[in-house]
Design a protein around this ligand. Structure first.
Ligand SMILES: *[C@@H]1O[C@H](CO)[C@@H](O)[C@H](O)[C@H]1NC(C)=O
Ligand SMILES: *[C@@H]1O[C@H](CO)[C@@H](O)[C@H](O)[C@H]1NC(C)=O
Ligand SMILES: *[C@@H]1O[C@H](CO)[C@@H](O)[C@H](O)[C@H]1NC(C)=O
Ligand SMILES: *[C@@H]1O[C@H](CO)[C@@H](O)[C@H](O)[C@H]1NC(C)=O
Ligand SMILES: *[C@@H]1O[C@H](CO)[C@@H](O)[C@H](O)[C@H]1NC(C)=O
Ligand SMILES: *[C@@H]1O[C@H](CO)[C@@H](O)[C@H](O)[C@H]1NC(C)=O
Ligand SMILES: *[C@@H]1O[C@H](CO)[C@@H](O)[C@H](O)[C@H]1NC(C)=O
Ligand SMILES: *[C@@H]1O[C@H](CO)[C@@H](O)[C@H](O)[C@H]1NC(C)=O
Ligand SMILES: [Zn+2]
Length: 908
């Protein structure tokens, strides 16, 4: 997510209703020990893409049983050739009846006799299928070699989370780890690969020019991490990583990508060796293949030793946005984080998906920051995640990080930002509470203890608790049980608001907590175990993040005697570096003292993450009437002098979020205020074509982008003249990086530059570059002329290829953000709802609905909307949340907008 986008309500899949039906779990009579898998792949012609194979599974019998149930779906199984015998071949069984359950994705063999616990058995199943066309299971994809103009077909696997069962019959649950031996058959002209290196190849025997290549045995693993591929991709030279085993890296991609693939290709081995040293557990394999595939169900997949990426998420071209380079590097680091979190230590079940995604995201962020310090990405990424969840989790329609799931569809529905980014914030929270030493001791113990096994979240808490106890760490020592604390954060949704009322004569504070919600609350009262760390004005140290006190759960509030007696004329502040997810409302005198510091030369004494959060909290508290907008805008007065990106970014996002809702005079006043707010920032920003602007990276670049984007959005004269000046410079061959070029193009088009609109459209149609087309689609959406934009939107939504729909989404969201064409765009979406429903994702539709219904406050009646969207499942699934959001926003418009405008006017 490159841009901070406030207030997108949580993604909820309707399928979670089924979640308590445990019949989706395999019976526990059998345990697979080893799989011997042989797969013959045919890539002969576009109409003949298929595979056939056999699997031999060594089974341990845990309870005597007369049937074998495993996962298999959409496979043609040669039932007559199924074999089952004891390991030493002394006895065999035959299958008397076979049952398939397509709902459960089960394949059950009823046997003529009972399997005995003291025996080991070998089950052999022959099967075949077409290569999947949906990027799951064993799937086919293709690319064109621009030199020869030949189309090449390839086959690759995507087994996570529940798609291994589409490729071979297996016990497809993550805790059922087994060793694997993979042997691949294919035409000699292709390269075949799997998790481990090839050990030997022999001729196929019957098929001319085909070979069978056997791979080295793979360590005990979950089925979803097994991978193989047969392809004709080009490779970069082998890179040796500085890991204990000198793990060698090969990177594969279509030939035209090779020139630009090397940055990420080289970043992979660096990330792996950094993480190995940090986690102090040797990466156990000898090689890693990184494969950039033309199509991929997700962005990337962490298969042990064979990491796959969507090509557009791996290869970085020089003329793409800087943010993309950071995001791609992060994706790489995240996948290598998984080599420990998920691959080495598996999750027992998908309810705890966050237990692999959270740490991989957090350690991925740490690796990225350590390896590319000039990007300064850690703080920005943390701030972005905090902003996201402070926003998402204040609605009723949100979810807990860890939740029960059973069937495939709801398992897939677990892959949300809650598991990833909020999971990462949980790891950060632990890190900040426990301190470096205890945190890493706990993590390393956890990895050692559970290597090659599978875990629940309690296993992580246990390892952390032991490390804390050993160090006598105040954080989790005494009566505080880390498991109780952490469960209150991972098993329930939302986050708390703390009210802090000081007694200025006695150095005490009274604190209580309640869930923070934007709208009037619903549901039972909830509470959290909250670590309390105070900073006070004079001795303020924002690096000391370990708790001084705890707020228990349940609790009706408590009085605390503060350490280091803060003077009555000095502020106190909770939550240094915003290490925990909670908001704070202080009493007014304390707020005023904080505001005074912000408005002084000394504002930098407050940590940048806290400055951003203070703005966020106070603007939110004003929205919910807990504080006045007058107070909030007194705080905003300091902003024009703010030198850092984070507070700017957060404040502007919060203001825009409210500004979206305004109309008429109120909107005009708001725009004037925003223009005035951001103009000084732009004046401090170098010219568009200056070398200085191009040279800056990291947070500077982010701040400069924000300055241009917002100043142009609010028609600051200086921004417009700089953009217009660029046209002349272009004639002289000016160099402007993609990031600023996008802002400049958008502004020009918004100002009515029709020549540019047509030129970009022409380039858009001719280009193959996804990144460029995305940027251009966004720029085209800046037009104020619907007559001009409409044919483009029609063309994009009528396309037949998946990628093009994303451009529709980009053009439309760009237009909605600008509001000129809000009504026309909303109409376009409603008119094409059927096509959109089938072509865009649930998440994209959620964003569209929230915008056209929630932010732009549609005049349509609820019933009319329901009527129009009937039968369109994705729209229907998101409609109620969008309507609730609209109600919340209407409430604000009726009750708070006037105060907002009044305070804003007063502080202009
Ligand atoms: C199995 O194949 C059918 C028919 O092609 C398809 O509709 C279904 O989605 C497939 N199942 C899975 C789990 O992919
Ligand atoms: C096979 O193993 C079973 C027990 O594991 C044993 O009773 C039997 O004698 C063995 N048969 C052969 C042929 O080795
Ligand atoms: C599949 O299993 C489900 C849940 O146990 C059951 O309700 C359904 O009837 C089964 N379907 C078939 C075809 O057996
Ligand atoms: C390349 O092949 C495609 C069809 O496969 C064809 O449409 C196109 O014209 C060819 N391009 C060149 C330069 O030959
Ligand atoms: C395999 O490669 C050879 C030599 O490059 C080529 O002549 C042949 O046509 C290729 N075969 C296939 C099936 O692509
Ligand atoms: C794979 O690529 C090589 C060279 O790029 C070529 O010689 C070979 O024929 C290709 N094989 C297939 C099966 O396309
Ligand atoms: C890794 O490489 C280093 C230096 O090239 C060498 O000293 C070391 O023995 C190698 N380790 C392994 C496990 O091959
Ligand atoms: C909040 O959600 C719960 C169910 O999750 C529902 O019962 C309640 O009515 C909702 N409250 C509001 C205010 O929407
Ligand atoms: Zn992941």
């Amino acid at each position: 997510m490159p841009e901070l986008m406030c207030c997108i309500v949580g993604l909820l899949l309707p399928a979670i209703v089924l979640s308590h039906d445990s019949s989706y779990r395999l019976p526990n009579a059998l345990k697979p020990l080893h799989y011997d898998l042989r797969i013959l792949t045919h890539l002969n012609a576009p109409q003949d893409l298929r595979f056939e194979g056999t699997v031999q599974i060594d089974l341990q019998v845990l309870h005597n049983t007369r049937d074998i149930t495993l996962h298999a779906i959409n496979l043609t199984i040669d039932e007559a050739r199924i074999t089952l015998s004891t390991r030493n071949g002394s006895r065999s069984h035959s299958v008397s009846r076979i049952e398939r359950n397509e709902t459960l994705e089960f394949y059950t063999m009823r046997l003529d006799g009972e399997l005995q616990t003291h025996e080991q058995y070998v089950l052999g199943i022959p099967f075949s299928a077409a290569l999947n066309a949906n990027d799951v299971g064993y799937y086919s994809s293709s690319f064109r070699d621009p030199k020869t103009n030949q189309t090449h077909y390839l086959a690759a696997t995507q087994f996570s989370p529940t798609f291994a069962r589409l490729a071979f019959p297996c016990f497809d649950e993550p805790h059922l780890r087994a060793t694997f031996q993979v042997t691949l058959g294919y035409h000699k002209n292709y390269t075949g690969m799997s998790n481990t290196p090839v050990s030997k190849c022999v001729d196929h025997g019957t098929l001319r020019d085909y070979v069978w290549c056997q791979h080295e045995p793979l360590l005990s693993t979950s089925t979803y991490l097994v991978a193989y591929a047969v392809h004709n991709l080009s490779s970069l030279p082998v890179v040796h990583s500085e890991t204990h085993n000198n793990v060698s890296f090969r990177s594969w991609m279509p030939p035209d990508a090779v020139r630009d693939g090397s940055f990420t290709a080289n970043f992979g081995p660096r990330a792996l060796s950094y993480l190995e040293k940090l986690l102090k557990f040797v990466f156990p394999l000898r090689k890693v293949d990184q494969v950039a595939l033309p199509s991929h169900k997700f962005s990337a997949m962490e298969n042990w030793g064979l990491v796959t990426f969507k090509q557009t998420r791996f290869v970085h071209y020089d003329d793409e946005l800087m943010q993309d380079k950071e995001d791609k590097s992060f994706t790489v680091a995240h996948e290598y984080g998984h080599q420990w979190f998920g691959n080495l230590v598996a999750i027992s079940w998908w309810n705890d998906l966050w237990l692999k995604e959270g740490p991989s995201t957090y350690f991925g962020n740490l690796a990225l920051d350590a390896l590319m310090p000039e990007w300064g990405s850690l703080q920005r990424r943390v701030a972005e995640d905090l902003a996201t969840f402070f926003c998402k989790d204040m609605y009723n329609d949100t979810i807990a990080i860890s939740r029960d799931v059973q069937d495939s569809k709801s398992i897939l529905g677990q892959f949300t930002p809650y598991a990833y980014e909020k999971g990462s914030l949980m790891m950060r929270m632990l890190h900040k509470w426990l301190g470096d030493e205890v945190f890493f001791m706990g993590i390393r113990n956890y990895l050692r203890r559970h290597a090659y096994d599978s875990v629940r979240q309690s296993d992580l808490w246990q390892a952390m608790q032991e490390a804390a106890d050993l160090q006598g760490s105040g954080a989790a020592a005494g009566d505080i049980r880390l498991a109780t604390v952490m469960d209150s954060w991972t098993l329930q949704k939302g986050y708390p608001l703390l009210n802090v009322i000081r007694n200025y004569s006695s150095s005490t504070v009274w604190i209580d907590q309640a869930r923070f919600m934007l709208a009037a609350d619903g549901g039972e009262p909830t509470c959290w175990w909250i670590p309390l760390t105070f900073v006070n004005q004079r001795q303020g140290n924002f690096d000391e993040t370990q708790p001084q006190f705890w707020l228990e759960c349940p609790s009706t509030g408590k009085t605390l005697r503060l350490r280091k007696d803060p003077a009555p004329n000095e502020w106190i502040m909770l939550n240094p570096q915003v290490n925990s997810i909670y908001r704070v409302n202080y009493d007014e005198p304390n707020w005023r003292m904080i505001i005074k510091t912000l408005n002084s030369a000394d504002y930098g004494s407050i940590h940048a993450l806290n400055r951003a959060q203070l703005l966020d909290d106070l603007l939110m508290l004003a929205a919910t009437r807990e504080q006045s907008y007058d107070l909030a805008f007194s705080m905003l007065e300091y902003l024009p002098r703010e030198a850092e990106f984070l507070p700017w970014d957060r404040a502007v996002a919060m203001l825009n979020d409210r500004g979206q809702l305004l109309r008429g005079d109120q909107e005009r006043i708001f725009r004037t205020f925003m223009k005035k707010l951001v103009t000084p920032l732009l004046l401090r920003t170098p010219q568009l074509n200056s070398a200085q602007l191009r040279a800056k990276s990291g947070s500077f670049a982010a701040l400069y982008r924000l300055a241009y984007k917002e100043a142009c959005r609010y028609d600051a004269a200086d921004c417009i003249s700089r953009v217009e000046g660029l046209t002349q410079d272009d004639a002289n061959g000016s160099q402007v990086s993609a990031d600023y070029r996008l802002i400049a193009d958008c502004t020009s088009i918004e100002l009515g530059n029709n020549v540019l609109f047509q030129a970009i459209l022409k380039r858009f149609r001719a280009s193959d570059s996804d990144a460029k087309k995305s940027a251009w689609a966004t720029a085209l959406g800046c037009s104020r002329d619907f007559g001009q934009l409409r044919p483009v939107l029609d063309y994009l939504i009528q396309a037949t290829d998946k990628v093009t729909y994303n451009y529709y989404m980009q053009a439309v969201t760009s237009a909605l953000e600008r509001k000129h064409l809000a009504t026309e765009i909303a109409d376009h979406i409603m008119q094409h709802a059927k096509a959109i429903n089938s072509k865009l994702s649930l998440k994209q539709i959620q964003i569209l609905l929230n915008r056209i219904i929630g932010d732009l406050i549609t005049e349509l009646e609820d019933n009319q909307l329901r009527q129009q969207l009937r039968g369109l499942d994705k729209f229907e699934a998101q409609l109620q949340a969008a309507l609730d959001r609209r109600d919340t926003n209407r409430y604000w418009l009726t009750n708070r907008a006037e105060h907002f405008i009044k305070a804003l006017t007063k502080h202009t």
